[in-house]
Ligand binder design. Structure first.
Ligand SMILES: [Cu+2]
Length: 66
């Protein structure tokens, strides 16, 4: 399944890499796709991933979920 979120505060490829890295560490997450221009973060996972876990990962990277 795929779930999309929007992240604010990313300004460059380094930001994208940071968010990707943190979100990928969430158990169950298979792939993470981040689009810098829109802030769209698309997570592919077999089971639903808790939004709170995604939010914590994004905040750990230094950004915010909308
Ligand atoms: Cu950056």
């Amino acid at each position: 399944m795929q779930t999309s979120y929007t992240v604010t505060g990313m300004t460059c490829g380094h930001c994208v890499a940071s968010v990707t890295e943190e979100v990928q560490e969430i158990p169950g997450v298979e792939t993470v796709q981040v689009v810098l221009d829109t802030g769209a973060v698309t997570i592919t996972s077999a089971e639903p991933v808790d939004r709170a876990a995604v939010q914590a990962a994004v905040e750990e990277a230094g950004y915010q979920l909308t």
